[in-house]
Design a protein around this ligand. Sequence first.
Ligand code: DX5
Ligand code: ZN
Length: 220
Amino acid sequence: MASLIAPSILSADFAHLADEIAAVTGPEGADWLHVDVMDNHFVPNLTLGLPVVQSLRAATEVPLDCHLMIEDPDRWAVGYAEAGAHNVTVHAEAVRDPISVALDIKAAGARAGLSLKPNTPLDDWVEALREYDTLLVMTVEPGFGGQSFMPEMLDKVRRARTMVDTGHLTVVVQVDGGINADTVAAAAEAGADCFVAGSAVYGAADPLRAVAALRRTVLQ
Ligand code: DX5
Ligand code: ZN
């Protein structure tokens, strides 16, 4: 499984999103573009929703990775798939019927992702994961960019990797939160294969180089 780097536009300038996406696009650039959807209920922050995702879809060829930090994802997730998202991730703590949501997302043509907050145990989700394509192990509490990576999540990443490999699942193990030049190697070593980075990319003088540098580090 190739490693994927997914810059998070949460740390981009929202007044110039198309330019900010262009800034991480290129042969060495973003594999996926991570789009954090927050509703001010599931997390105490409010970002963007479906109309913005629809516009982004028309503005870039980079696959959109929508991370839904919202209540009632059972109702809303399929809309993001229909809007052309490549991957739609719902939170385990918010979803009511994880199997139907995954099936609906996939029927609408997207990959289905399941995300676990730091305190949510992996073991409770092993069966449901059979229907998912992506497992997001949050390495910070969701809600804000720029937080510090939680090293105690590395064990969860390791267990996720083992579970995916021993179960012969084709699930991408994604990490999100505090991923930067100092932490990405540990996450890769623990078995993650998709790396979301917001502030480490958009806070860099050259975001495209920052993406390329993260990729080089995980491939070492
Ligand atoms: C946080 C979001 C992340 C955020 C990561 O809730 O899910 O995607 O953009 O930001 P950094 O990389 O700055 O921790
Ligand atoms: Zn995210």
